[in-house]
Design a binder for this molecule. Structure first.
Ligand code: NAG
Ligand code: NAG
Ligand code: NAG
Ligand code: NAG
Length: 441
């Protein structure tokens, strides 16, 4: 409020009622800009979610190590605490579909499968909390979950109360078996209210736009008022094609989804499959880099009992996580597509930018991509001078650059080079036209 020149109408006293009305109107006008008011997910949630890796394996006789059971989650909780995952930010240990018994109990409450979760969810939540972690659970807005377990339709308040009573910290609410778009919207809203009414802080993960989009354009302003994050696109699989499809969907819809993301509400491109079977090392670098660019929830779906040191180092890379968790909370976007290359940027706090150069070519060797710093941040990222740090595939200092520097990076096929620019105000000695050789992976 530094507008010293303007004269305010000092002497007039607005009647209290009119003033209150004005405040109310201002609040109503201001409301759509805000998100779900539960104080949670101020940065994208980080954790582990069982679905992509463990699916709906309910046969513990055949698959004792990999079935959806309390043992699996206790083992993951142990490892999240002991192997550095929790300490770099992976906090939410999340159960997906197939944890339930086939029917509700006599009081109509959801109950876990008694053979696979003999101690109950409340005990599991205590265990997870004792490790300094939080527990996520799964339910569905419709009559049945996607895998055919009891749905929450008609039971939103009871299920929210049950989850809160158990000490659950996050609910992923799916949208299978919902008959109409009206019921879909009402279901997601009613569950949001029901969770709020429990008084417990519970992160609310939605799939509302994913199920709405084929039939109707999602209203993200509205979705953000009810959800902490939301899926837009199909489930990820353990395959480069799937990662590419998600990136293509996201960049082709960026005009309608990027601006809505921010503290409290995020677009969710689905789980990280780093450490699984389908992605090459370079493709894993691409997923980590681009999920950081997209301000995506970082929910790993892998086996923490068996993960390569390289995948672990990538997932625990603090500089990449810092970009993902940047407090400004702006989602990145693709600025250009040039042949096989895509150039993405993400504004960060303090005038910094994250820059990703993705080589989509899936044959041959490393390719050089040259670009001017004048492109970055609409010309502001490196003005008048900036320092540039390479973060992936390896960390290195790329020195100082001016706003007219040309930067050349070599990018492996299907790989990504992730950079961070930090503006320096004074004019300094410039390293113009630097070239960097690729890192064999
Ligand atoms: C419920 O919503 C109100 C108002 O929107 C908010 O102030 C409060 O913190 C919320 N409570 C919980 C537990 O999310
Ligand atoms: C659940 O099934 C009932 C009975 O068929 C139906 O009336 C109701 O609309 C369904 N609910 C949803 C969310 O589709
Ligand atoms: C949502 O809540 C409203 C108000 O209680 C109720 O009228 C409506 O039927 C509910 N919708 C669903 C899908 O549960
Ligand atoms: C989207 O939702 C917001 C908040 O509910 C509402 O103000 C706005 O009119 C809606 N936009 C459209 C196009 O329906």
């Amino acid at each position: 409020m530094a507008g010293g020149g303007r004269q305010r109408s000092g002497g007039r006293r607005a009647p209290l009622a009119a003033l209150l009305l004005l405040l109310l109107l201002l609040a109503l006008v201001a409301w759509p800009a805000g998100g779900l008011d539960n104080g949670l997910a101020r940065t994208p949630p980080m954790g582990w979610l069982h679905w992509e890796r463990f699916l709906c394996q309910t046969d513990c006789a055949q698959e004792p190590r990999n079935c959806i059971s309390e043992q699996l989650f206790m083992q993951m909780a142990d490892l999240m605490a002991s192997d550095g995952w929790r300490d770099v930010g992976y906090q939410y240990l999340c159960i997906d579909d197939c944890w339930m018994a086939p029917t509700r109990d006599k009081q109509g409450r959801l109950q876990p499968d008694p053979d696979r979760f003999p101690s109950g969810i409340s005990k599991l939540a205590d265990y997870v909390h004792s490790k300094g972690l939080k527990l996520g659970i799964y339910a569905d807005a419709g009559n049945e979950t996607c895998a055919g377990f009891p749905g929450s339709y008609g039971y939103y308040e009871l299920d929210a109360d049950t989850f809160a009573g158990w000490g659950v910290d996050l609910v992923k609410f799916d949208g299978c078996n919902v008959g109409t778009l009206e019921l879909l919207a009402e279901g997601y809203k009613n569950m949001s209210w029901a969770l709020n009414k429990t008084g417990r802080s519970i992160v609310y993960s939605c799939e509302w736009p994913l199920y709405q989009r084929p039939l109707q354009k999602p209203n993200y302003t509205e979705i953000k008022q009810y959800c902490n994050y939301w899926r837009n696109y199909f489930d990820i699989t353990d395959a480069w094609t799937s990662v590419k499809n998600i990136l293509d969907w996201t960049s082709s819809h960026q005009d309608s989804i990027v601006d809505i993301a921010g503290p409290g509400g995020w677009n969710d491109p689905d789980m990280l499959v780093i450490g699984d079977f389908g992605l090459s090392c370079d493709q894993q670098v691409t997923q980590m880099a681009l999920w950081a660019m997209m301000a995506a929830p970082l929910l790993m779906s892998n086996d923490l009992r068996r993960i390569s040191p390289r995948a672990k180092a990538l997932l625990q890379n603090k500089e990449v996580i810092a970009i993902n968790q940047d407090p400004l909370g702006k989602q990145g976007y693709r600025i250009t597509k040039d042949g096989n290359f895509e150039l993405w940027e993400r504004p960060l706090s303090g005038g910094a930018f994250a820059i990703a150069v993705l080589n989509r070519q899936d044959f041959g060797g490393p390719q050089m991509f040259a670009f001017s710093t004048a492109f970055l941040g609409s010309g502001l990222a490196c003005n008048p001078t900036c320092s540039i740090q390479q973060i992936l595939p390896t960390s290195r200092d790329l020195g100082l650059h001016s706003w007219v520097s040309f930067l050349k990076v070599a990018v492996n096929p299907t790989g990504t080079v992730l950079l961070k620019t930090v503006v320096i105000e004074e004019k300094l000695v410039i390293n113009n036209g630097s070239s960097h050789s690729p890192d064999p992976l």
